[in-house]
Design a protein around this ligand. Structure first.
Ligand SMILES: O=C(O)CCC(=O)C(=O)O
Length: 296
């Protein structure tokens, strides 16, 4: 559970870190499951519905950058989305009725794990209200040098920035120099031991650098919404929408609040994951060093 001060901190800053939420057994089971899924990338030649691959991936030397929508692809991660201590915190931040929106596992391997350019999740999935957040479940210790999540405090109360490329297509990356008043030097790294959880508001500006360290950084991300937040780009499969409730009731009456919205349209030129769509950005902010080829 978060303290009253923690909740106030989240409202003011748009993020909060809850140390050591996962019990040791659950952490170990998640790590083992992630390792088994990654083994399945051996022999793959391209991205697919499960794997997003590092540019230097080889079928005989797999390098997975992301496991896509684990809650939909692996029942274990759908069950984990209802993990009691996490849901308690979600109820504190989002209210009694909470729906799972999405999930992903971002892996930053030592030495080459890819950066994620500055963005706001809200630019990808605007809703009728902005009571949404992402939970980062730390599967490794997050230190200053292994590509931790960086969040700009208070940015969730500011504009929704343009995330489009020079051709006018959505690309999921901001151009920070075109964001007057946004001070990235204020960004805070969310550092905590494995088993901790970070919570960042859907409108918070965030990103992360390449992992230049010798330690991995594996982050399971779950996105959650207050159940009365309806996606502005529609509900494709209502049965699935309803099945993603993790607490309380699902109302048929959306709550609508004024919030700055830009639609992620026209769709990205490069699809599949944020890593792919962000390749269209005019200028990368985070340094991206050549990845050493896998040995062998
Ligand atoms: O993995 C990270 O450091 C950031 C991930 C993120 O913000 C995203 O995938 O939307």
């Amino acid at each position: 559970m978060l303290s009253v001060a923690d909740i106030e901190f989240y409202r003011e800053n748009g993020y909060v870190v809850a140390p050591s939420v996962l019990d040791a057994g659950t952490l170990s089971k998640i790590r083992q499951t992630v390792a088994e899924i990654c083994d399945g990338a051996r022999g793959r030649t391209t991205h697919d519905g499960i794997y997003d691959l590092e540019p230097s991936h080889r079928p005989d030397a797999p390098r997975v950058r992301r496991i896509k929508v684990p809650h939909a692809n692996f029942p274990f991660f759908r069950t984990l989305a209802g993990y009691g201590p996490m849901v308690e915190i979600l109820r504190q931040l989002l209210g009694p009725d909470v729906r799972l929106h999405g999930s992903k596992i971002n892996m930053k391997a030592p030495g080459y794990g890819s950066p994620v350019e500055w963005h706001q999740d809200w630019a990808f999935y605007p809703h009728t209200n902005d009571d949404l957040l992402a939970v980062g479940v730390l599967l490794d210790d997050a230190g200053p040098d292994n590509g931790p999540l960086l969040v700009v405090p208070g940015s969730h109360r500011g504009p929704t920035w343009d995330h489009h490329d020079a051709s006018g297509h959505f690309c999921g990356a901001m151009q920070p120099e075109a964001c007057p008043g946004l001070d990235l030097s204020q960004a805070v790294p969310l550092l905590a031991p494995a088993g901790s959880m970070t919570f960042h508001h859907v409108r918070a500006v965030h990103g992360s650098a390449q992992n230049f360290s010798a330690r991995p950084r594996t982050l399971l991300l779950y996105e959650f919404a207050a159940a009365d937040a309806y996606p502005l780009n529609g509900v494709g499969d209502f049965a699935d929408f309803q099945s993603r409730m993790v607490a309380g009731q699902s109302p048929i009456t959306p709550r609508i609040v004024p919030a700055p919205v830009r639609m992620p349209l026209p769709p990205p030129r490069f699809k599949g994951s944020i890593y792919e769509s962000q390749t269209a950005t005019a200028r990368r902010w985070f340094e991206m060093r050549e990845e050493p080829a896998p040995a062998g």
